[in-house]
Design a protein around this ligand. Structure first.
Ligand code: FES
Length: 152
């Protein structure tokens, strides 16, 4: 049986009815068609599905949508200000912080949280904070460089 759910996603309010077992990731991708958030592993190991819930980063594949009634979600689609990219998006472009790009939305959502939460003090600290976001192309050093650029 479906359950009513109210959410604010990227500043827009939604009233939905969802299966209790629907993950936040599937809700975003399948119900709201916000396909920027990626499904890599679907069990909390890769970070491709990272979004912000009430400003905190969350692996959306590990969370049931119904747990977020009344909450505010930000996805990669919500970061830019109109045509103006978020500074972290600019930095990823400038430093080539990606190759295939599949992990990039999750990397950027984690990177924004890293700086906001004050965990970008050193390259080691950044690597530690970002360790849940896997990049199979191995763009790690460029990702760290992008985060260090934004933090300054
Ligand atoms: Fe959620 Fe991999 S898809 S951590």
């Amino acid at each position: 049986e479906k359950v009513p759910l109210s959410l604010k996603v990227n500043g827009k309010k939604y009233k939905l009815s969802v299966e209790p077992r629907t993950t936040l990731l599937d809700l975003l991708r399948e119900n709201l068609h916000l396909n920027g958030t990626k499904k890599g592993c679907d069990y909390g190991q890769c970070g491709a599905c990272t979004v912000h819930v009430e400003g905190q980063r969350v692996n959306s594949c590990l969370s049931f949508a119904v747990m977020h009634d009344g909450q505010e979600i930000t996805t990669i689609e919500g970061l830019a200000d109109g045509d103006k990219l978020h500074p972290m998006q600019e930095a990823f472009v400038k430093h080539d912080g990606f190759q295939c790009g599949y992990c990039t939305p999750g990397q950027i959502m984690s990177a924004v949280a890293c700086v906001r939460e004050g965990h970008a003090g050193s390259a080691d600290e950044i690597r530690e904070y970002m360790s849940g976001n896997i990049c199979r192309c191995g763009a790690y050093s460029n990702i760290v460089a992008a985060i260090q650029d934004v933090k300054q």
